[in-house]
Write a protein that binds this ligand. Structure first.
Ligand code: IMP
Length: 425
């Protein structure tokens, strides 16, 4: 059985934990998009693993890990993660494949991201400054792109990079008065990257099709969240890839119909990092309570996350576009201690009620959330192992979300550890 796991909100839903749980029954885990802007935390026993590029399933011995075509690979980050896991006794030597078509994030992409964000001042997008947008822009522009396959032919890469840097240096100097980047420095890094990463480079599309034909089970692992999807999210406050499950076919060359189950991961509340509309945001004591109790600070940038109530309109939209079959609702424990909970079940836009999320940010900015009030609970639920162990009010909260979204909640997170997950099915 092939499964896709994807975030239903603006990222940071806790996908890493769900992937890690399901990776136990999978032969292969695939990252299908995004880059080192993602931050997946996996907690095994007392150990915490923060991964940005490797699929979260990589911490499971024996699982094959694939970084597919649409991922933008920062080689320095990837090598750091491979070495970091090796130090903890987790070897990836024979079980990592990187698509030859995946594009490469180099230092000048990060520089461009940073210079552009700085120059935009108040208008900035609040990116993770990991060079993601500039790398995807070069991919779409084609002429100045570098792919993993380029590491297999260093003289040709040298020639290519001279053209690219001549262009970038002129641009950076003219727009931002920035110092030039030397070809020698970039090539020196690329030689090291090539030595370490070329052994993993493959035609991953062919490899995946053979593996699926052999009956191997694949877990497709989304990064970021559906509302950050370039084409279907809250543009321009999105990332530069198809972060929803719509990114799987384009990102890996595996058609959507070959995936039997789509699991949407959501927190029991909502968070967002960076700029952009967020109708249920609570810039008050409630938001602060959730931030502190849920440790809502970015895995990649350490930025405090914006926090607010669960938005069923937004989550239902992600379920619709992503053909989601079931939900994993995480961080339910974080809501414990709040007397009353609000659940957004509809929006009012220009005097009209709607339950369909407008991804257009002008309309979204005018959306007033319509809330249902629910009673909270004080009990510590971190040891609950079955749905029936949960206080009645927590059960009612989960059931109401199921009704509003129209899909079953099959997993409930009651704490950060893998073991702190209630499996309902
Ligand atoms: P970029 O992907 O670095 O270009 O950032 C674009 C937007 O996506 C910013 O608002 C980021 O905060 C957000 N973003 C990117 N990756 C993640 C993630 O993994 N979790 C949450 N937000 C993210």
């Amino acid at each position: 059985m092939n499964t896709c796991i994807v975030g239903l909100q603006w990222g940071d839903e806790g996908k890493g934990k769900v992937v890690d749980l399901l990776a136990e029954d999978s032969d292969i885990v695939v990252r299908y998009g995004g880059g080192s802007n993602a931050g997946h935390t996996v907690v095994i026993g007392e150990e915490r693993f923060a991964l940005h590029l490797l699929p979260s399933g990589s911490v499971r011995a024996g699982v094959m890990c694939v970084i597919a075509n649409a991922v933008v690979v920062d080689p320095a980050v990837l090598i750091g993660e491979i070495d970091g896991l090796a130090l903890r006794g987790i070897a990836l030597t024979d079980r990592l494949l990187i698509s030859e078509n995946a594009h490469v994030v180099l230092d000048y992409h990060k520089r461009e991201d940073q210079l552009r964000e700085e120059s935009l001042g108040k208008e900035k997008l609040g990116t993770t400054v990991r060079g993601i947008g500039p790398c995807y822009a070069d991919k779409v522009g084609r002429s100045y792109a570098v792919r993993m396959s380029d590491f297999c032919n260093l003289p040709e890469l040298d020639r290519k990079l001279r053209t690219i840097l001549a262009y970038k240096n002129k641009l950076f100097a003219a727009l931002y008065g920035a110092e030039p980047i030397s070809i020698e420095t970039v090539m020196a890094s690329c030689r090291q990257y090539a030595e370490r990463l070329v052994p993993f480079v493959r035609d991953t599309t062919e490899w995946l099709h053979h593996a699926i034909a052999r009956g191997q089970s694949v877990l497709f692992e989304g990064a970021q969240g559906s509302l950050l999807d370039l084409d279907h999210g809250t543009f321009p406050y999105v990332t530069s890839s198809n972060a929803s499950s719509l990114g799987v076919p384009a990102g890996c060359g595996v058609p959507a119909r070959m995936i039997e189950k789509y699991i949407g991961v959501a927190k029991a509340y909502t968070t967002r990092v960076g700029a952009g509309p967020f109708p249920t945001e609570q810039e008050n004591e409630t938001g602060q309570y959730i931030r502190e109790k849920g440790h809502e600070y970015g895995t990649t940038t350490g930025r405090p996350r914006r926090c607010g109530w669960f938005d069923a309109v937004a989550a239902a939209y992600s379920v619709k576009i992503g053909s989601i079959d079931a939900l994993a609702l995480l961080h339910l424990d974080t809501l414990g201690g709040l007397k009353k909970l609000s659940l957004c079940s509809a929006y009012e836009i220009d005097g009209r009620r709607t339950t369909f999320f407008p991804a257009n940010i002008d309309r979204l900015a005018r959306a007033k959330p319509i809330y249902e009030q629910m009673a909270g609970w004080d009990e510590d639920i971190s040891q609950a192992t079955t749905f029936e162990d949960l206080p009645a009010n927590a059960q009612a909260y989960v059931r109401r979300i199921e009704t509003l979204i129209g899909k079953p909640v099959e997993m409930i997170g009651v704490g950060p550890k893998r073991s702190q997950t209630i499996i309902r099915k």
